[in-house]
Write a protein that binds this ligand. Structure first.
Ligand SMILES: [Zn+2]
Length: 199
């Protein structure tokens, strides 16, 4: 039976690129894939955008009242090989549960791409639910400037790290906001300003 899969990473780690490459590989071989994302992720509108210029139309924008199973069941029999969900951290736990059920109802794997935590090192409701119920979990690695694996993201406003502000501010919509992938060590030093050597 098909599974709910989670691929998680921090900001700017190439999640959308991995998603689009997966879609391309299936489609090149004549299979159908569907791409979903939460409607509240306004970046790119109905398209997935990547930093290297790849673009792809989204098949379904998910709201909290979208009945995902009804949107898919019976419509794509046979050639549908995979459902790919971008920015899954923005989905509610209820929608994550629905994706789990969907993978069984249609016996097609669902792969959710998600951040694990926000810029404060706190889980999103969607990513936390995914970590609880995904049947396969894979980390997509990216590097911190120091060379270690980055597992966190710092928010910079006007070039300075901050822990202030709303939980969700999408970069690109605000000129002065950027997210920087950081390892745990650099996160403590640069964002939390904690000198742990004195603990
Ligand atoms: Zn580092």
């Amino acid at each position: 039976m098909a599974k709910l899969n989670l691929k998680y990473a921090t900001m700017n780690s190439g999640k959308s690129i991995d998603l689009m490459r997966t879609a391309y590989n299936y489609e090149e071989n004549g299979y159908r894939v569907l791409v979903f994302k939460p409607r509240c992720d306004t970046k790119g509108g109905e398209y997935l955008d990547s930093r290297i210029g790849l673009k792809r139309k989204v098949d379904l924008l998910i709201d909290d009242d979208t009945n995902i199973i009804e949107e898919v069941r019976g419509k794509y029999t046979g050639l549908l090989k995979c459902i790919l969900v971008d920015e899954a951290e923005f989905l509610s736990p209820k929608k994550i549960d629905e994706l789990f059920i969907l993978s069984k109802v249609i016996d097609v794997p669902v792969i959710c791409y998600s951040l694990r935590t926000n810029f404060k090192m706190e889980g999103f409701p969607g990513s936390t639910r995914l970590l609880e119920i995904a049947e396969n979990i894979e980390e997509l690695k990216t590097l911190c400037k120091c060379g270690a694996t980055a597992r966190f993201a710092g928010r910079k406003v006007n070039g300075e790290y901050t822990l202030e502000g709303e939980n969700i501010l999408i970069d690109g919509e605000y000129n002065n906001i950027e997210y920087v992938p950081l390892c745990g060590d650099c996160y403590l030093k640069k964002v939390k300003k904690i000198d742990y050597k004195n603990y």
